[in-house]
Design a protein around this ligand. Structure first.
Ligand SMILES: Cc1cc2nc3c(=O)[nH]c(=O)nc-3n(C[C@H](O)[C@H](O)[C@H](O)COP(=O)(O)O)c2cc1C
Length: 147
C-alpha cells in the first residue's frame, strides 16, 4: 500500500513518532513517504492509497487543542478541494494535562469529513510522547499494524 505520512512538529516528538510509524509500515512491506505539512500540496494526495496526518495539539488563534500551525496553513491552502473516498488516518500527540487532550485529532477528523475523505480505523492519541518514548513507539507499532 502506498502511504503518505504528513507531519508537523514544534519540539520534535511528532517527527520521531512519524518516523517510527514509517518504519513499522515499511517493515510490513508498504511504500511510505514522509512529508512536512508545510510542503504539502493538494496534488500530493493523488498517488497514495492512504494519507496519515500526524500533528501535535497546541494553541492556535487563541484556542487550545488545535493542530500545528503548518496544518492550519495546509488546510487553508487546500481551500475547497475535495478528496472523495481518499483514505486517511490520524496520529495525534498531546498531553492529558491540557483541557483538550489531542484536540487536533478532532479538528482533523472534521476536516477529513469536510473534504469527503474516509477515516480508516480509530485515530491514535499519544500522551506525553517525550516522557514515554518507548511505550509510545510500541503503541504506534500496534496501531500501524491495524492500518
Ligand atoms: C504551549 C503548548 C500548548 C499545548 N497544548 C496542548 C493541548 O491543547 N492539548 C494537548 O493534548 N497537548 C497540548 N500540548 C502538548 C503537546 O501537544 C505535546 O507535548 C506534543 O507531544 C508536542 O509535540 P511536538 O514535539 O511534535 O511539537 C501543548 C504543549 C505546549 C508547549
Amino acid at each position: 500500500m502506498k502511504t503518505l505520512i504528513i507531519y508537523a512538529t514544534y519540539s520534535g516528538s511528532t517527527m520521531m513518532a512519524a518516523q517510527a510509524l514509517e518504519q513499522v509500515l515499511q517493515q510490513a512491506g508498504h511504500e511510505v513517504k514522509l512529508k512536512m505539512a508545510l510542503e504539502t500540496q493538494p496534488s500530493d494526495f493523488e498517488s497514495f492509497e492512504l494519507v496519515i496526518l500526524a500533528s501535535p495539539s497546541w494553541d492556535y488563534g487563541g484556542q487550545e487543542g488545535m493542530p500545528h500551525d503548518d496544518f492550519m496553513m495546509m488546510i487553508d491552502k487546500f481551500g475547497e478541494a475535495k478528496f472523495n473516498d481518499q483514505a486517511f488516518a490520524i496520529l495525534g500527540l498531546g498531553d492529558s494535562n491540557y483541557n483538550k487532550f489531542c484536540g487536533a485529532v478532532d479538528y482533523l477528523t472534521q476536516w477529513i469529513e469536510k473534504i469527503g475523505g474516509k477515516l480508516v480505523g480509530q485515530p491514535l492519541k499519544i500522551d506525553q510522547y517525550f516522557m514515554n518514548e518507548q511505550t509510545a513507539n510500541e503503541e504506534i507499532l500496534r496501531w500501524g499494524k491495524t492500518l
